[in-house]
Design a binder for this molecule. Structure first.
Ligand SMILES: Nc1ncnc2c1ncn2[C@@H]1O[C@H](COP(=O)(O)OP(=O)(O)OP(=O)(O)O)[C@@H](O)[C@H]1O
Ligand SMILES: O=C([O-])CC(=O)C(=O)O
Ligand SMILES: [Ca+2]
Ligand SMILES: [Mn+2]
Length: 651
């Protein structure tokens, strides 16, 4: 009797002896533990999480399937995702970490295969693939720290990771299957991000990725959602080999509730991330050891040869750029926030121009920092998280982003102190593209669910390293379209001998790398929506002022924030303006809190000839870039097209 241990692990013996106070000397004043052995103690530590749907016969009157059936269906669905198409059978999948004896012995949920008489059994079809399904951040931290080199806890609790040889996306290795449908539907050829491949080659790469995943002891599977608009939610499954990838997507996609997960069903789209494993250079179409392949017909994406997690995020964004316009919904590479009065602003811009920095605004509600949809009911965020640049991040200038770097956040490619684990955000030793991926609710004034009414202001951000664009200008609808289609920014690329010249980048719709249809399709939708809802367009230069890179300096973030405040408040809508030469931009004469002279670049450049020369140079770059679009029609008739052409630089 005395040593009977009841099933939940509590020892009666210890409990009774404690109550009786039998005079035995006990060390310390705290109450003794309810276990007799170390193993018992450890078993007390972890409470099993209960499924929110009661299992077994109790609920059978209401639920159609039992918990056990549901679990089996879920594993079958995962096995089907991982099926080798040549062997026509899915791997044996089992839930749990293979390193844990308790889980690996419970192999009751093995998927049953119907092996036909002609299908030979191979070694790989005999082994188990352990599935780590929708793990929590805590579980993923442990997996990363134990098994992935370069994973460390930083001083604020964020997980530092290394993305490997690739620290940015590989747009020249992004391929899309061209078949009879996509040949007609998608944008192909010059300027298009869609590099073609045939279906057979896709299958070769898919098989390579799936075989790689099945050769592992364990894979991570995330079932999550895209798009906060409930009517246009997309279910995605991400199969990956690294805890880093699983945690990144946990943060970046919308996290399902327990109930939503139970009813998840078959995903609308699946990513196979075998990024540690290269593609085969002898395979047709391959030009490097990296390939990121999309098949819209199969609703699948395969990643080989790059571990950069942004490929998954932006691969899904490309998918949305295909699916949403089919439903008359515009997909946008933009940040989005909302004021207390419900005024919504969109922030377009290429990488590094300020979408995340400026949409994260302590005085406004954050709807999202990077990817949105604009439909008939308003805007919705596609994602469940934010992806901020971290280089030179400071607590003073960007407090909300700084504070979001805590437990659960993935910190990519940052450098930290070996001992204190404090991150040095100025260190570019690994890359300049250091990043933090965190759930959107880590920003205190995030609006959940992430949806809002129709936008009032459309802010086009350009980081102009030539320093000739004004800090802010008000645009006509035609000018907004011209600059939207141009998608200009200029960054600084270092050359071997140390001379640093600004490099103009034009990327249609401020995200040519992600669009799937011709840019004019998105532009026409934007024009129509801006007209219908009376939105105003603005061009904001978050780049250089007072001279080009090397002479002037980047405009202070605090000034840009004041400019943005004046747009939101309506102050700028009714301000006095004057027009610039060549670009014909309307510059406000004054803005509260900003020295007026900085608003017009003709004041800030000390060398006026250099200014004129640089302005002309940029204008001709715009003109050359726009040439490819002059033959396309935008909107119902030709009038908007002509207006847009006339809204470019004139010289
Ligand atoms: N005046 C300014 N306005 C905006 N950002 C500025 C300014 N000056 C410096 N910055 C810096 O520029 C960077 C803007 O990066 P941000 O993360 O907002 O880019 P993004 O547009 O979201 O790009 P991506 O699509 O790649 O995520 C930040 O590091 C920010 O601190
Ligand atoms: O995709 C990435 O790596 C980062 C990003 O948001 C962009 O480039 O627009
Ligand atoms: Ca961003
Ligand atoms: Mn982006």
């Amino acid at each position: 009797m005395a040593d009977s241990i009841i099933s939940n692990g509590f020892s009666k013996k210890i409990n009774t002896s404690m109550k009786q106070g039998n005079g035995v000397c006990q060390d310390g004043s705290s109450s003794p533990i309810k276990a007799q052995t170390i193993d018992e103690l450890h078993s007390l530590q972890k409470k099993r999480s209960t499924p929110s749907t009661p299992s077994g016969s109790v609920s059978s009157a209401f639920s159609v399937i039992t918990e056990e059936d549901r679990q089996r269906q879920q594993l079958q669905s995962i096995s089907a995702s991982l099926a080798s198409l040549t062997r026509e059978t899915g791997p044996k999948v089992v839930k749990g970490d293979p390193a844990r004896k308790e889980t690996s012995t419970k192999v009751a949920h093995v998927v049953h295969h119907q092996l036909g008489p002609n299908i030979s059994i191979s070694d790989s079809s005999m082994k188990f693939t352990h599935v780590l399904y929708n793990l929590s951040p805590g579980e993923l931290y442990e997996q990363a720290i134990r098994y992935e080199k370069g994973s460390f806890l930083t001083s604020t609790g964020a997980l530092a990771t290394l993305s490997g040889a690739k620290t940015g996306r590989s747009p020249r290795d992004k391929r899309v299957v061209k078949d009879e449908n996509t040949e007609k539907e998608l944008w192909w050829g010059k300027g298009s991000p869609n590099i073609e491949m045939d279906e057979h080659t896709f299958m070769i790469n898919r098989e390579r990725a799936v075989d790689y995943l099945n050769s592992l002891d364990k894979v991570f599977v995330n079932d999550q959602f895209l798009n906060w608009d409930p009517e246009n939610k997309i279910r995605v499954r991400i199969v990956s080999a690294r805890a880093y990838h699983s945690l990144f997507m946990h943060n970046m996609c919308i996290r399902p509730t327990e109930e939503e997960l139970e009813n998840f069903g078959t995903p609308d789209f699946t990513i196979y991330n075998s990024g540690q494993f290269p593609c085969n250079r002898f395979t047709h179409y391959m030009t490097s050891s990296t390939s990121i392949d999309v098949s819209l017909a199969r609703k699948e994406m395969v990643i080989l040869g790059t571990q950069y997690a942004g490929e998954m995020k932006k691969g899904l964004f490309s998918l949305m750029h295909y699916l949403m316009p089919k439903r008359q919904i515009l997909s946008l590479h933009s940040g989005c926030n909302m004021g207390k009065d419900g005024d919504v602003a969109l922030f377009f811009g290429l990488s590094g121009t300020g979408k995340t920095t400026l949409s994260t605004d302590h005085n406004r509600f954050l709807i999202g920092d990077d990817e949105h949809c604009w439909g008939n009911n308003g805007v919705s965020n596609i994602e469940g998280g934010c992806y901020a640049k971290c280089i030179d991040l400071s607590r003073e200038k960007e407090p909300d982003i700084w504070n979001a770097i805590k437990f659960g956040t993935v910190l990519e490619n940052v450098v930290f102190d070996e001992h204190t684990r404090e991150v040095d955000f100025t260190d570019k030793s690994v890359t300049e593209n250091t990043r933090a991926a965190y759930p959107i609710e880590y920003i205190p004034n995030a609006l959940i669910p992430c949806v809002g009414p129709h936008p009032k202001n459309i802010i086009l951000l350009a980081c102009d390293a030539f320093g000739v664009l004004p800090p802010v200008s008000k645009l006509t609808l035609a000018q907004t379209m011209y600059h939207f289609i141009s998608g200009y920014t200029a960054l600084v690329a270092g050359t071997e001998d140390g001379i640093k010249e600004p490099q103009a980048t034009f990327s249609a719709c401020f995200g040519a790398a992600f669009i799937m249809l011709h840019p004019t399709k998105y532009a026409a939708m934007l024009a129509e929506k801006m007209k219908t809802h009376g939105a105003t367009g603005w061009l904001v230069n978050t780049g250089w002022s007072g001279g080009r890179y090397g002479y002037g300096s980047r405009i202070k973030l605090s000034y840009t924030r004041k400019i943005i405040d004046a747009i939101h408040s309506g102050e700028l809508l009714n301000a006095d303006y004057h027009k610039t030469k060549i670009f014909g931009l309307e510059i406000p004469n004054a803005i509260e809190g900003i020295p007026s002279e900085i608003l017009d670049p003709t004041n800030t450049w000390s060398d006026k000839d250099a200014y004129d020369e640089t302005l002309l140079k940029l204008a001709s770059l715009f003109k050359n870039n726009f040439e490819t679009f002059t033959s396309y029609r935008i909107g119902e008739d030709n009038s908007l097209t002509e207006e847009i052409l006339a809204a470019g630089p004139i010289f």
